[in-house]
Design a protein around this ligand. Structure first.
Ligand SMILES: [Zn+2]
Length: 265
């Protein structure tokens, strides 16, 4: 008797959060690409389970689901930093609060869909970090290595299961290959198509193509319709962008996004 297999998920949450941000890979498929995509994590799990089955895997339930990311703990005296430090402004503090709140909402949404909280780090925000955050030079530690470590330890102990890594960083793949040589049988990647204008991204697509999988990579930007939060989600019949409405569009009407509708009237 064969044991029913599960799909375990390991998400680089810092990468996925950015992929959902305005104008980035996933939000750029939306009606209003200048707004962040609100990701429905249950739909993401469903999409990845369907992908396994479409490629011959007998698997219809999720196992362990990790969202690995970090969210700053903001100290109580943070508002005084702008007065105390030359390298911190009140606008900086405002921006940090805003981005922490956005990440909190993202993580809370994942937890409601059954993701585990123990992949979420909560480092203390320090004054010296602010300038680096403003200049986008702040390096988040641990996320990519944690995702790999969780996946490999599960793959070794549960080889009958499937394991998906959700990441934009193909650099993690050689590590998986070394630690778990049987990866091609039951490990696969979910990512987005790389931005061909960025040299580092071209390398990513090369690295992905370099690997053999029984289950091919999932490109999430091709499935935005299935990922976005909303009761009634449509693809615009004119421009192909995705949009959600609280009320259904009548069946006989061709779905039309707001920008296309405004152009045509
Ligand atoms: Zn449109």
């Amino acid at each position: 008797m064969s044991v029913a297999s599960k799909l375990n998920l390991y998400i680089d949450g810092s990468w996925l959060f950015k992929a959902c941000a305005p104008e980035r890979a996933l939000a750029s498929r939306l009606e209003f690409p200048d707004r962040a995509l609100r990701l429905n994590f249950s739909n993401l799990v469903g999409l990845l389970l369907r992908h396994v089955r479409e490629h011959g895997g007998a698997c219809d339930t999720a196992g362990d689901a990790y969202l690995v990311t970090s969210i700053f703990r903001i100290p109580d005296d943070v508002d005084q930093w702008a007065e105390e430090r030359d390298d911190v402004t009140t606008a900086d503090i405002e921006n940090v609060r805003h981005s922490v709140a956005a990440r909190e909402a993202f993580v809370a949404s994942a937890l409601r869909s059954g993701f585990r909280e123990d992949g979420v780090y909560r480092p203390h925000l320090k004054g010296w970090m602010i300038q680096r955050l403003r200049e986008r030079r702040f390096q988040e530690k641990q996320v990519d290595t944690t995702v790999v470590a969780l996946l490999v330890s599960a793959a070794i102990t549960r080889p009958q299961d499937y394991h998906v890594i959700v990441t934009g960083d193909a650099d993690v793949l050689p590590a998986i290959k070394v630690a778990y040589p049987a990866y091609s049988q039951n490990v696969f990647v979910a990512t987005t198509h790389p931005d061909q204008l960025r040299a580092e991204a071209r390398q990513t697509s090369f690295a992905l193509a370099d690997f053999e999988y029984r289950i091919p990579p999932v490109f999430l930007d091709e499935h935005v319709r299935d990922l976005v939060e909303g009761a009634h989600v449509y693809v615009c019949g004119h421009c192909g962008k995705v949009f959600a409405r609280s009320l259904p569009i009548p069946l006989e009407a061709k779905p039309c996004c707001k920008p296309c509708h405004d152009k045509r009237t």
